[in-house]
Design a protein around this ligand. Structure first.
Ligand SMILES: NC(=O)c1ccc[n+]([C@@H]2O[C@H](COP(=O)([O-])OP(=O)(O)OC[C@H]3O[C@@H](n4cnc5c(N)ncnc54)[C@H](OP(=O)(O)O)[C@@H]3O)[C@@H](O)[C@H]2O)c1
Length: 443
């Protein structure tokens, strides 16, 4: 978790206690920002009824969601107010949040079911050791400790993204020590030019995962080139199949696949009406999907014939890669759709159901099964993560890559804790019109 580590960055309440005993506490879980009436503040120094986002002596007042035990977000999250000293250590950066999406993994982390467990710490002056949820976001550098050059290549006004997961992005501000190592500066030489905060905030998890899964398991681009070089009559690039195709990852895979000349078979769940299902299919086709089928079409016995006869020229164009977001029956059907020596990469389990690996398919088709976890990949490949992100940001800047549909939730200084908690709680519900994203306004 990024935070103040130095005694100089004690919560303002503690730092100022000897000199200003009557200053109202800012380190609490309340969202109240005017002095509580129970405090005996003399009229002569009573503060005007306004927010104190910038405290005395240049302290920055910040709010962050925190949790001290695992459970449902609505039960265990609370909003904590604290302060950040203006005296930043060398190489530290003070960040202001601009946007942070809520991904399924963020909810799993709070529930305690995710692969990585956060450390609970007292660094933010919380009553109990706590962690800050949120893995992804776009921040603006407000100040750098050690003056110009203190943060390596970072400077005030830059936009940055956390380099690793577990950063804790559901907060208005963050103090990051060792900033150069922990942050990715957005956009290389062009910086943030031509980019929106929502694009930047959503690039590092889903698009990055789609990019790596399409590139690192089966060389589909090379397969396409070889097939064309052989002149074996292929009518397009190599195929991949994916379920959860309307997810953030799925939409990214569709677009990257199209840009790289690949063809995709995309599985989505039926919507409430045939018209809505048709609209979703059209939407994905416009993004670059070659084929979109519903889950019932995919599970139907006729799918194998359709795959062979309608799309892959009698099975002569193999489907060598499957991206599994869902698990359960959908994953079992994906195993059947894959061609011999194909590879299935599992990266999500949205149905919360495991799936049987059909033995005959495994043996006789000699399939390969892999698991992808971005967090571990990023730890092992920090430079590649930076490059992947900047490559996708460049595609966004050029208008060649669209972020997934988003539902903005404004986070202002006086936004109620319940609004933030409800937003996170709703993330795992199906059939959502878009991914929730906190957009920080008046903080
Ligand atoms: N392993 C990694 O490193 C990694 C990286 C990124 C993402 N992920 C995982 O990838 C998955 C998708 O993440 P995202 O952020 O792209 O998701 P998202 O944009 O929030 O979309 C969620 C997707 O899950 C589907 N879904 C929801 N409930 C479902 C259910 N009960 N059965 C079947 N499908 C269901 C939704 O389909 P409907 O619209 O039909 O509800 C939608 O396609 C998550 O499991 C996430 O944890 C993993």
């Amino acid at each position: 978790m990024a935070s103040a580590l130095n005694p100089r960055h004690l919560p303002l309440r503690l730092a100022l206690r000897p000199r200003l005993p009557l200053l109202p506490s800012t380190s609490s879980t309340t969202t109240t920002t005017t002095p509580p009436s129970c405090l005996p503040i003399p009229t002569s120094i009573r503060l005007p009824p306004r927010r104190h986002k910038s405290g005395p002596y240049g302290y920055t007042l910040a709010k962050t969601l925190v949790f001290s035990r695992f459970g449902e977000p609505r039960d265990v999250l609370s909003l904590h107010t604290h302060s950040i000293s203006p005296a930043l250590p060398d190489g530290a950066a003070l960040l202001r949040a601009l946007a942070a999406p809520v991904n399924p993994a963020d909810v799993n982390t709070v529930q305690g079911t995710y692969g990585a467990k956060p450390a609970f710490e007292r660094l933010l002056g919380t009553p109990e050791p706590a962690a800050v949820p949120g893995n992804e976001g776009c921040f603006e550098v407000v100040a750098i400790g050690g003056g110009a050059g203190g943060g390596g290549g970072l400077k005030k006004g830059d936009w940055v993204i956390p380099a690793q997961s577990g950063f804790g992005t559901f907060r208005t501000h963050a103090l990051v020590e060792g900033a150069e190592r922990k942050l990715i500066r957005v956009g290389g030489a062009k910086g943030r030019e031509g980019l929106r905060a929502a694009q930047v905030a959503t690039v590092s998890v889903n698009p990055c995962s789609a990019y790596r899964m399409l590139r690192d398991y089966v060389d589909l681009v090379d397969l396409s080139v070889q097939s064309f070089a052989r002149g074996d009559g292929a009518t397009g690039g190599a195929w991949f199949v994916q379920n959860g195709a309307n997810s953030g990852v799925g939409r990214a895979a569709i677009q990257l696949g199209r840009l790289w000349g690949l063809r995709s078979i995309n599985v989505v769940r039926e919507r409430a009406t045939p018209e809505e299902t048709a609209a979703l299919k059209r939407e994905l086709a416009e993004l670059g999907a070659t084929v979109v089928v519903t889950e019932s079409e995919f599970l139907d016995r006729s799918f194998a014939d359709r795959l062979r006869d309608e799309w892959t020229r009698g099975g002569r164009e193999p489907v060598m890669l499957g991206l599994n977001c869902v698990g359960g029956k959908s994953a079992a059907a994906m195993v059947k759709a894959l061609s011999p020596r194909g590879c299935m990469v599992t990266y999500g389990g949205m149905s919360r159901q495991s799936f049987p690996f059909p033995t005959g398919q495994q043996i006789f088709k000699r399939l390969r099964f892999e698991g992808f976890w971005l967090s571990e990949w990023a730890k092992e490949n920090p430079a590649a993560k930076r490059d992947t992100i900047n490559e996708i940001l460049e595609l966004m800047r050029e208008g060649k890559f669209k972020e997934a549909p988003l539902q903005e939730v404004e986070w202002n200084w006086d936004t109620e804790e319940s609004v933030l908690k409800d937003t996170i709680q709703g993330t795992l519900e199906g059939f959502r019109p878009g991914k929730s994203i906190f957009v920080f306004k008046d903080t």
